[in-house]
Design a binder for this molecule. Structure first.
Ligand code: DGL
Length: 270
């Protein structure tokens, strides 16, 4: 079976992993969360451009995936070129679903919900200029929502404050009352799609990139149809990740590993 390494700062990449599983391909899935550095959305561009390629280079050497999925908009929109330059295997990144959101909107007003880093990125501005120049894009950046998703996957209540703040930040902004499509441009946010939809003042489409990433992975690997098998999950701060182990076990992960800090990044069992 071809092996895929799914990478994120935390549990957000599980929304992408779930989409890969749902796509029905016989793939072996490994997952690594750089949770010692969560949230990426509050890190500088230079820090991410240095850390993410270094961490992935070491992981690819040890875990031998045939493809790496950077299941993190915040890392993809700033460090994808560096990651691709560093790795010998194909790399699939996740970028804000501006294009499908613009195509779907009837009112011409789309919401963009991402981390504080992703909403201000040149990459994001370029996507908007290319695919949504004739649309109004209402942006809101939230790191609190990332923490809320992390809580939810620990089995805790995500908390209303971050959800309410994000909904008000979008629908309460100038033009926001017309939003009919929201692009979820952080992989943590589809994990809160239900909570967000319930809190919204009007029905909207909540779009994420998971299914598109799953299609890209299957095409690049020429993967056979079948059932995906989750294998090993690694964490740069395994002690902090313990509360998340059940969410990984529920998804079929059977091995948990500690990913040591630079320069070694050696994986050891926990
Ligand atoms: N899941 C990540 C993303 O897609 C980022 C979360 C964080 O800030 O670490 O942007």
């Amino acid at each position: 079976m071809k092996r895929v390494l799914v990478f994120d700062s935390g549990v957000g990449g599980l929304s992408v992993l779930d989409a890969i599983v749902a796509s029905g391909h016989a793939l072996e899935l490994d997952y690594v969360a750089d949770n010692a550095w969560l949230p990426y959305g509050l890190k500088s561009d230079a820090e991410l451009q240095a850390r993410v390629p270094a961490l992935l280079t070491s992981l690819v050497a040890q875990w031998c995936p045939q493809i790496v999925v950077v299941a993190c908009n915040t890392a993809s929109t700033i460090a994808l070129d560096q990651v691709r330059a560093a790795l010998a295997v194909p790399v699939v990144g996740v970028v804000p679903p501006i294009k499908p959101a613009a195509a779907l909107s009837k009112t011409g007003v789309i919401g963009l919900l991402a981390t504080p880093a992703t909403v201000r990125r040149t990459y994001t501005n370029d996507l908007i200029a290319q695919f949504a120049a004739d649309k109004r894009v209402v942006r809101f950046g939230s790191s609190a929502l990332v923490e809320a998703a992390e809580r939810k996957l620990r089995g805790e209540p995500p908390g209303k404050a971050a959800i309410t703040e994000a909904i008000e930040g979008l629908f309460g902004a100038p033009g926001g009352a017309e939003i009919d499509v929201v692009a979820l441009a952080c992989t943590h946010f589809p994990l809160l799609a239900k909570e967000l939809a319930v809190a919204a003042p009007r029905p909207a489409e909540w779009l994420d990139s998971g299914a598109a990433i799953a299609r890209r992975v299957a095409n690049l690997l020429i993967a056979e149809e079948g059932t995906a098998r989750s294998r090993r999950a690694g964490f740069t701060d395994p002690a902090a990740a313990r509360g998340h182990f059940p969410a990984f076990s529920d998804r079929g992960f059977t091995e948990f590993a500690a990913i040591q800090a630079a320069p070694g990044f050696a994986a050891v069992g926990v």
